[in-house]
Ligand binder design. Sequence first.
Ligand code: SF4
Length: 458
Amino acid sequence: MNDNATSFIAKSTVRAADLEHRRKINFNIGRYNAVVPQGKKQFDNVMLARERAKNAKWEAIEHLDKYLEEFEKKITTRGAKVIWAEDADQALEVIGKICKERNCKTLVKSKSMVTEEIHLNHFLAEHGIESVETDLGEYIQQLDGEPPYHIVTPAMHKSKEDVAKLFADKLGTAPGLTPEELTLVARNKLREKYIQAEIGVTGANFIVADIGGIAVTENEGNARLSCAWPKTHIAIVGIEKVIPSLQDIALFWPLLATYGTGQQVTVYNTIVTGPKQDGETDGPEEMFVILLDNGRTNLLANPKAREALDCILCGACLNACPVYKNIGGHAYETTYSGPIGKVITPHLRGMDEYKHLSYASSLCGNCTEVCPVRINLHEILLENRHEAVVQGASSVAERIAWKTWKAASLSRTMMNMGSGKMKNWVVNKVFKGWTTHRSELDFSQKTFNQMWKERNEK
Ligand code: SF4
């Protein structure tokens, strides 16, 4: 077992036994579950909407090169610069260069999982640049020195009392502030930063190919301020975010809002098609769009797992997953957690190092059931396991155990060998790993043949 797997199991074991953690998660996911059915009411036929969204994403991913080039052509005619980054290092190098040339000391950032993926804040800190998270949840997490816990609600594991205590400890506010008071504190601090910042960084929820724009969805208005207030706007976006047409937005915005937070439409939806144009009063003087691969073409090249690129990062599969609800978002130690994280991380960061995540699933299929773009998540988890074995990433002990199990299961003579008591002993005591996190197996004391014979003798 590699270090990542060992750490994952250790952290999961602790979290699964933490009842206070479970209470907070159940409370917050319970609120989510209560509002999602309300959001769904806006669709005459929600399944049809999901099918259409899936088809639009299929079209985009199958013709990724065409749509990305179309986007690049359109947005560059309005003065934006598009940079293609093969990996995190290339993306960081470009950002470092842009910051250096503009003598950037402070940078404001809206919530973006891609910037988490490339560890942008860490990179900027190393280069003496203050990077300020402007989404309230991300701001809370940054104050606490923690990565986001959830791809949509980064501080989901914290109660309002936890946040009040954190603000008192880190910002010196009075203890026990209400959520409204805490929001005002953050708002006042952040407004200052928008004014100071030379550069604003955002992600994007969608790349809209036919108009050459990026679409950003948020509830606080901070992404709008981050991209419009500073003189330079950098958008960092995974290449899979592309959708063919502006018309598709009419489908994806309500779907993302409903499955992400139970809203009909998220509060602020912005489409940015370039820097400030002649005659316009608002907006940045220059705009860069970094299109990031960072392993996504590995998924594209894999016909079985490719559909995972359809993901719109709504977070619904995390909220539905019985494993996530028990071990939480930090045990994974990866940018993307929950079912979608387990599906894509082994492809983005290496099967050898992350195949254990694909095994951390009950395969109940609840994730597939709730996914708005109908990604067959639990089937891909199985496929990942299969690939791990084919690539030789499984251990010798595991291979021997399953070969033995298969041989015994296919042979009636072997199945009939020994008593139930002996089988229990072999599985529960010899294969000790089985019972580390599971209850003991209890074999029938009689074989199937014995029971069949007895039945026919009656
Ligand atoms: S896999 Fe589906 S449910 Fe999960 S985050 Fe992506 S779009 Fe949402």
